[in-house]
Design a protein around this ligand. Structure first.
Ligand code: AP5
Ligand code: MG
Length: 187
């Protein structure tokens, strides 16, 4: 199978985590989650860790250069034929532009999957998860949606205008969404 690079983007709670896992189980491709990366740093008892933790809990996106640092670190560690699924990278324009530039430089063809879900459904899902998982940022859903609108929507528009976006209706059952994604990726 050819080497693939897949991005999942969309609103907080749109299903990036669930769908990247399903895709990984099917293909064996590794997942790199920006949220997991930031949460690991937030657990560190350092000035940077404490700053990251306060921003995550407030529902704010990290600076684009920090996300880019995590992205490049992960990208540089990939071997030549290693396919990869990026969950949550490319949320601000400079980060997305650098991702496109670096992948193009490396001759890695990539696909961007946008999981489309309404605000109402997002609020419903994250309210349910708050009670089960207790993720602190699930108390800051409005703030996360505001950050999404300000920073990530222009990224989605950029990918769309370049014809690079695969749009998937994320408001159906997990399995039906996964089938659609597999079809769109030709796997
Ligand atoms: P991150 O961890 O990526 O959080 P997020 O984008 O807010 O997304 P979630 O993980 O909450 O949701 P998801 O889309 O993965 O959906 P899930 O599958 O869990 O980022 C956390 C923070 O890190 C950011 O706020 C920011 O501070 C920082 N950060 C990360 N990346 C960054 C970047 N690039 N730049 C700057 N800062 C960055 O599903 C959600 C819920 O819905 C679950 O309970 C799930 O079971 C359920 N669900 C999923 N699919 C379905 C379905 N089809 N039907 C019904 N329920 C479903
Ligand atoms: Mg997630």
């Amino acid at each position: 199978m050819e080497t693939r690079t897949i991005f999942f983007i969309g609103k907080p709670g749109c299903g990036k985590g669930d769908q990247t896992k399903l895709l990984s189980v099917k293909t064996g491709w590794k997942i790199l989650s920006s949220g997991d990366g930031f949460r690991m740093i937030a657990d560190e008892d350092t000035p940077v860790g404490r700053k990251v933790k306060s921003e995550i809990n407030a529902g704010l996106l990290a600076p684009h250069w920090f996300a880019t640092y995590l992205f490049l670190k992960n990208l540089f560690s990939l071997s030549e034929n290693e396919s990869i699924i990026f969950d949550g990278f490319s949320r601000k324009l400079p980060e997305a532009e650098l991702a496109v530039e670096s992948l193009t430089w490396l001759d890695r063809v990539f696909s961007v999957i946008h999981l489309k879900v309404s605000d109402e459904e997002i609020k419903h899902r994250l309210a349910l998860r708050k009670d089960i998982e207790g993720r602190v940022d699930d108390n800051a859903v409005d703030e996360r949606l505001k950050e999404y609108r300000e920073y990530t929507e222009p990224v989605i528009e950029m990918f769309r205008s370049k014809g690079m976006l695969i749009e998937i209706d994320g408001e159906r059952t997990r399995d039906v969404i996964a089938e659609d994604i597999n079809l769109a990726l030709g796997i």
